[in-house]
Design a protein around this ligand. Structure first.
Ligand SMILES: [Zn+2]
Length: 265
């Protein structure tokens, strides 16, 4: 039994940590690191269009500030979780109660914008410390996907403090190079779609997560905004990965649905 959870981090364009600040910025393309949202806003429309057309129900992790900037019109009726308020690194230093305050506000903002209380989370930069799961649980989050797990023949969700953790796979490819369930290198032209199909083919049981960023459909860290032609190639690659995985019999479903099927270890 194999499940395919496609996940999208809906966050500020080409986000980077800014020294001395908990709020993230955007990669400096000559005008400083102030956060930008254009690519994210464009990309979410492209992504939801492709996923709908392919019948893939995905899970979205929306950073509150970005969602309030780009609007939630593409996310209505979908599984939308949280991804920080300003894309903070929650393993950093915050004033007492600061983490709870921010995550609670993030939840409320996503609920206001989508009309649905979030029940999933992914922490920015995939950074989660042990004080976070109790906070998530208290604000109503049940499912988290902020850890990597070495991919054996199966990936089954597990208990992480007070939440259910569904990890993102990491393994080695045919040339013994590390490959993560993040499509980042594919969008940057550094890996072909087949690498991810091969990766999925080796999992025999459980939940295979792939992750991407809304902005990565329209912008590369290395090279800036994509041309129309590059955007088309990017879309074609994404379809190829998803088709390859679905053709192997994976069932595409949201994180809560998949976890319901596999249970927790
Ligand atoms: Zn992020």
């Amino acid at each position: 039994m194999r499940s395919f959870c496609f996940t999208v981090d809906v966050d500020r364009d080409a986000n980077i940590p800014v020294p001395g600040m908990s709020q993230a910025g955007s990669y400096n393309r000559g005008l400083g690191t102030a956060p930008r949202f254009r690519s994210s806003g464009e990309g979410i429309g492209t992504l939801t269009g492709i996923l709908d057309e392919m019948g893939v129900r995905a899970t979205y992790f929306a950073e509150a500030r970005t969602l309030s900037n780009i609007g939630a019109q593409h996310l209505a009726g979908r599984e939308v979780g949280i991804h920080g308020f300003d894309h903070e690194d929650f393993t950093g230093t915050f004033p007492p109660g600061g983490k709870m305050e921010l995550l609670k506000r993030a939840c409320e903002a996503v609920e206001d914008l989508t009309g649905k209380r979030p029940r999933c989370s992914r922490m920015p930069y995939m950074k989660i410390s042990e004080d976070i799961p109790p906070i998530l649980s208290e604000i109503g989050i049940r499912y988290d996907s902020s850890q990597y797990q070495e991919m054996g023949k199966e990936i089954i969700p597990y208990v992480l403090g007070e939440v259910i953790e569904v990890p993102v796979p990491v393994t080695r490819d045919a040339s013994d190079k590390k490959i993560f369930g993040y499509l980042w290198p594919m969008h940057e032209g550094k890996r072909p779609p087949g690498d991810y199909v091969n990766m999925a083919s080796r999992m025999e049981n459980g939940i295979f997560i792939l992750a991407t960023h809304s902005w990565h459909m329209s912008e590369r860290i290395d090279g800036g905004y994509v041309t129309k032609q590059e955007a088309k190639a990017n879309e074609k690659n994404l379809r190829e990965v998803i088709t390859g995985i679905l053709d192997m019999g994976f069932k595409a479903e949201t994180l809560p649905d998949a976890t319901g099927r596999f249970g927790v270890r």
